[in-house]
Design a protein around this ligand. Structure first.
Ligand code: PLP
Length: 462
């Protein structure tokens, strides 16, 4: 099995990025519960035949869709060790929790947070954002609100993010019981960063209307175009208005690993909380989201629930005052920290930083070639590693055509960008995240875009 997976990773470049799943293969996974045991080798064979070839393809060098990391063999082996140990990191006295604490210490160092800051591995940034909203909510309403509930609060909380914020931010506000309408989506500047003048006007208008502004969620690397809000200015503004400053840095925050990109995140060190994913730019295997909170006590106060069943002792396995389960909704938790620890330890910050710079350089190269191709049009300036463009040399409806080009790219298995809307236009969106992507890959993708664009434009209109 180990050989098969190492071969798979080694040969990934020769495979199609993605393949349509044959109905007959899908059908094999509609069976009833197996009563008898099956031979492990046979089950493994089925995995190799029916599952492995039909994954999404984010390990592939020409996968450029959404924002997905490529994974590494190191992360894969760490996953195997973690699974062998089968550790449950909810609490208790064990070295696996010290590994998680070590990563937290590294993150405090990376983001220049104080030693009292707390951190926690979670599934992804969606949940990390949710945790941050809950901490900010409890801070704003007071600890008693954990008993009385938000419905009994006299405060009408309102929060702020840019229109470019990820949908999971409004979902977090929703799940926190605050209601999506209470998230003000602030317009953006031409560079797609939050318009801070409008932000401040909205805060003042909400205050004047008797509402209670409590949180600003800035974004470090928006998911559509990779824009970075002016984090330093937001920090100042949040301070002036006494608001919690959260940063959704799902993929962008770990650009702090690169000395070259880090200055563009100036102000991130002033946040109250940062949500990000190791499974994106840092290439750690899925899933590995993370929440870092400056005020560790506020984080603890939001989730800690004393129960006799989980009593802390002074000695033995149940020793320890604060357990990871005191910092989030999960009690049972896997050993996600190990693959992050292995990845950072084995590759080191400098190499990870260079890898991030490499993907940004590829995005610049792609932008340059798009500018030189008259048939292509750049739809947004390239901030970090995301390039939004379209094929424009056609009589056809360009939105439909560009969507069809992306379908063709996926179904041919050549490359996998995704799509988004930029200023009302459908864009082909290439996010260069994968450490395996080389310059030849972006040319192969663009050559195919030009080829499909021409072919589709020549078809008779249906
Ligand atoms: C990917 C992403 C998310 C969601 O993160 P998950 O790990 O998928 O939950 C949130 N915000 C931004 C900016 C993202 O890029």
């Amino acid at each position: 099995m180990l050989d098969d997976m190492l071969d798979y990773i080694e040969g990934i470049r020769e495979r199609p990025v993605w393949q349509n799943i044959p109905e007959q293969v899908r059908g094999k996974f509609r069976q009833n519960l197996p009563k008898q045991s099956n031979d492990l080798a046979q089950v493994h064979q089925r995995f190799m035949q029916d599952v492995l070839p039909y994954a999404v393809g984010n390990s592939h060098p020409r996968f450029m869709g959404w924002v997905q990391g490529g994974g590494t063999p190191v992360g894969m082996l760490a996953e195997m060790l973690a699974a062998g140990l089968n550790a449950n990191l909810g609490g208790r006295d064990q070295m696996p929790i010290e590994v998680e604490n070590q990563v937290t210490q590294w993150m405090r160092e990376l983001f220049q947070f104080p030693s009292t800051a707390s951190g926690l591995f979670v599934t992804g940034t969606s949940i990390a954002n949710f945790i941050a909203v809950l901490v900010a909510r409890t801070k704003a309403l007071g600890l008693a609100s954990r008993r009385t509930g938000i419905v009994n609060s006299e405060k009408n909380l309102v929060a702020y993010a840019s229109v470019g914020a990820h949908a999971c931010v409004s979902q977090a506000i929703d799940m926190a019981g605050i209601g999506i309408d209470a998230l003000r989506l602030i317009p953006v500047n031409p560079d797609f960063s939050m318009d801070l003048q409008q932000l401040e006007q909205q805060i003042e208008a909400d205050r004047a209307a008797g509402l209670s502004p409590f949180l600003i969620a800035g974004t470090a690397g928006t998911v559509d175009v990779g824009a970075i809000d002016d984090l330093d200015a937001i920090a100042t503004l949040a301070q002036r208005h006494g608001l919690w400053f959260h940063i959704d840095g799902a993929y962008g925050a770990l650009a702090m690993l690169s000395d070259v990109v880090a200055p563009r995140l100036k102000g991130i060190e002033r946040a109250d909380s940062i949500a990000f994913d190791f499974h994106k730019w840092a290439q750690v295997q899925y899933d590995a989201g993370y929440i870092l909170v400056r005020d560790g006590q506020a984080h603890f106060d939001t989730f800690a629930t004393p129960t006799s069943y989980l009593k802390r002792e002074t000695r033995g396995i149940a020793a320890g005052e604060r357990w990871p389960c005191d910092f989030g909704p999960d009690l049972s938790r896997g050993f996600r920290a190990l693959k992050a620890w292995f990845t950072i330890q084995v590759y080191g910050v400098e190499r990870l930083g260079r890898m991030i710079e490499h993907t940004c350089a590829l995005a610049q190269r792609l932008q340059q070639r798009i500018r030189n191709e008259p048939k292509l049009e750049l739809l947004a300036p390239v901030n970090l590693n995301i390039v939004c463009f379209r094929y424009r040399d056609s009589e056809l409806d360009l939105d439909a055509l560009n969507r069809d080009i992306v379908f063709e790219l996926h179904e041919s298995g050549i490359a996998a960008p995704s799509t988004t809307k930029v200023n009302g236009h459908l864009a082909i969106r290439a996010a260069l995240v994968n450490h395996r992507t080389r310059e030849e890959d972006i040319h192969e993708m663009l050559d195919a875009v030009l080829r499909f664009g021409e072919q589709l434009s020549q078809l008779p209109k249906s």
